[in-house]
Ligand binder design. Structure first.
Ligand code: SF4
Length: 659
């Protein structure tokens, strides 16, 4: 085991215990299972059964249904009977918050129960309490008394359990001792795990979800370490990013969080939580999992990178950006740059730059620059024949660059052999150097000479890519090598996609760059597409939007409003999809502001993490508005709640007028 995974340089799945959920086996190298959760009212048997069937047909292997009280828990029997009657044996998972009574009923009916250790017995009132050691232990004993009956029922009925910790809903007790941290999340689950093991109950799955992929990834890694150290074995892991939102942003966030762990062989079941109908989550899950299906097959043996040093020069448990020196606007304290690859456009025109955030106004003869404007343009062998916006620079192949007059605007890109050729001219300020990490044929040149030249070159920006299947591990290994050799040049991560549709490409880009950015690696990204001879304008706009979306999701470059919206469930008190799009329509120009849109007041405030403002359903037709964790307007009528939210944002000086 290397720190938290079987291997950090080779794709190997983490060994976990096998868990039986009905007839479905989870963990222990079984296929990665897909699941989702219904959004219907659990008391509406017909609607819940119909929605479950749509999800099962789409490919969901488990169906989670909320059971907020005893009534809903009891109605799970009707739902289960109806599904079985109609020929669907898919295991059902009861989702429990706050109500042990409901859990104890559900555990006798369905195949799995999910409990949240932050609110199963513990309190969550956002109170910062001080607990003495004795009081702390007393609370744990209280949990033992309340949780043990559920464990015994699960054991008796052969019911599986997920101990599902959420970053946003840690108990006041855990918060008082560990704060709002990944280790607090881990300890919260470990307390429940110890009680369960004390009863010789092992049919358990664990999760560590957060709406922030960085926190989520760190928590899972820490959990694995803790389970290994304390128990000597790992339970299967259910992966997910909570409140990821919808559309492109929701998919990017989920792919980064889930994919970063899957790249290292971690994860036995996944759920992509989107503020959309649950069946739409399934294709995203499938596209994520598909990436790993062939990796463990012998014929696809992956090239082996050099093994890792005994101690890593970075911490995978604690974010810190790799330290680099500055070259122009790249590296050091600069946010990661975005390089737009437009080289497939035969003749780049001013209007083509609209796709990458620049629009030209003929009347004023000025460029308008948006918040998501790319910083560099890769043109390969093309010179641009119009005046570019002042902030946009061009990267071209050596010979083209050499022919350019404006050496302030154009910079060359070299392969490693060209870079070592001292007869070639260099830019006085910025030179890009491509390195294909540990791929076939690597090293093509004398690497020692190459590294030594890079180390002393204050103009060289390294561009890392890998054609290996485990490219994330290859590039990450190269970052370690750069650190070992004390090479502090900034690095741009280049990811090409061979996928023939954008849905799969989006996941590919998000995982391959996001996994590295979350560990503090990368001073820029460049996304390219290999398929097709010519790219169309919409592809370029989408690639640009994905690039900025990845930087936003990894919180390395904030360029837009962030929405933390729950996926909705049977507790939801308003139409989440409609409300989210209404709020998005009037606030999507508020760069950097985080807005939570949560379906219920029972769970919403706890789950909305570090949002600046919260819009939370508090009763039929009623909304409660939050500033951070503080309630500021209660029971606002839904008809005026969006307007009231805007007033609240204005009162707190976070509003700007849309341009
Ligand atoms: S916050 Fe949303 S998903 Fe979570 S319990 Fe409430 S309504 Fe359901």
């Amino acid at each position: 085991m290397q720190l938290y995974a079987e291997s950090l340089t080779e794709y190997k799945r983490l060994a976990t215990l096998e868990v039986k959920v009905g007839d479905l086996l989870l963990g222990n190298f079984n296929p990665i299972r897909i699941q989702t959760m219904t959004t219907t009212d659990t008391m509406d048997t017909k609607a819940t059964v119909e929605q479950s069937i749509r999800c099962i047909k789409a490919g969901s292997e488990l169906i989670r249904i909320t059971a907020p009280s005893k009534r809903e828990a009891e109605n799970l029997l009707n739902i289960k009977n109806e599904l079985r009657l109609r020929g669907y044996n898919t295991p059902i998972v009861a989702d429990i918050h706050f109500t042990p009574n409901a859990a104890e009923i559900a555990a006798r009916i369905v195949e799995k129960v999910r409990v949240n250790p932050g609110n199963y017995v513990d309190k969550k009132k956002f109170e910062l309490l001080e607990y003495s050691d004795a009081e702390y232990l007393e609370e744990i004993e209280r949990i033992r008394d309340r949780f043990t009956p559920l464990v015994k029922i699960c054991k008796e009925y052969g019911t599986a359990m997920r101990i599902g910790t959420n970053h946003g809903s840690l108990s006041d007790r855990i918060m008082s001792r560990y704060g709002d941290t990944p280790i607090g999340m881990v300890e919260s689950a470990m307390e429940f795990l110890r009680i369960a093991e004390g009863e010789n109950y092992y049919n358990i799955v664990l999760s560590m979800k957060s709406s922030n992929p960085q926190v989520m990834v760190q928590a899972y890694r820490l959990l694995i370490q803790n389970m290994q150290a304390e128990l000597g074995h790992c339970y299967p892991l259910h992966l997910g990013v909570t409140e990821a939102g919808d559309g492109e942003d929701g998919r990017i966030k989920s792919a980064i969080g889930i994919g970063t762990l899957l790249e290292d062989g971690i994860g036995d079941t996944i759920r992509v939580s989107l503020t959309e109908d649950p069946e739409f989550e399934i294709p995203v899950c499938k596209n994520i999992i598909k990436r790993y299906e062939s990796r463990s097959i012998e014929k696809d043996k992956i090239l082996q990178e050099p093994s890792l040093p005994s101690s890593l020069p970075y911490s995978p448990f604690d974010y810190s950006r790799r330290s680099t020196f500055e070259i122009s606007n790249i590296g050091s304290k600069h946010v990661p740059v975005v390089i737009a690859d437009l080289h497939k456009i035969e003749k780049i025109r001013p209007e083509d730059l609209g796709a990458i955030g620049y629009s030209y106004d003929i009347v004023t003869d000025k460029w308008a620059i948006s918040d998501v404007a790319a910083d560099y343009l890769f043109t390969a062998d093309q010179q641009i024949d119009f005046a570019l916006p002042g902030t946009l620079k061009v990267i071209a192949y050596y010979k083209t660059w050499l022919a350019c007059i404006d050496k302030e605007k154009y910079f060359p890109i070299f392969d490693d052999a060209q870079y070592l050729d001292d007869s070639l001219v260099r830019s006085a300020s910025v030179n890009f150097v491509m390195l294909d990490c540990y791929s076939e044929g690597y090293p093509a040149t004398d690497t020692e000479k190459l590294f030594s030249k890079l180390r002393s070159d204050a103009t060289a920006v390294i561009c890392l890519s890998s054609t290996n299947k485990n490219a994330v591990q290859s590039i990450r290994r190269m970052f370690v090598e750069l650190e070992e050799k004390e090479i502090k040049n900034p690095v741009v991560i280049i990811v090409d996609s061979n996928y023939h549709n954008m849905d799969e490409s989006l996941i590919h880009y998000a995982v391959e760059t996001g996994a590295l950015l979350l560990d503090g690696f990368g001073d820029g990204i460049c996304l390219g597409h290999r398929f097709g001879e010519k790219k169309i304008a919409t592809d370029n706009a989408l690639l640009n939007s994905i690039a900025f979306g990845i930087l936003q999701a990894t919180r390395t470059r904030i360029s837009k409003t962030e929405y933390i919206s729950c996926p909705s469930c049977g507790r939801t008190l308003f139409d989440l999809q409609e409300t989210t799009s209404k709020i998005r329509a009037v606030t999507n120009h508020l760069k950097g502001v985080k807005i939570a849109i949560m379906g219920c007041i029972v769970n919403g405030p706890g789950e909305m993490a570090d949002a600046d403002f919260g819009y939370v359903g508090s009763g039929p037709g009623k909304i409660t508005l939050y500033k951070g964790k503080e309630v500021v307007k209660r029971a606002v009528s839904e008809d005026v709640a969006v307007a009231e939210l805007i007033s609240l944002i204005k009162e707190n000086e976070a509003w700007v007028e849309p341009s």
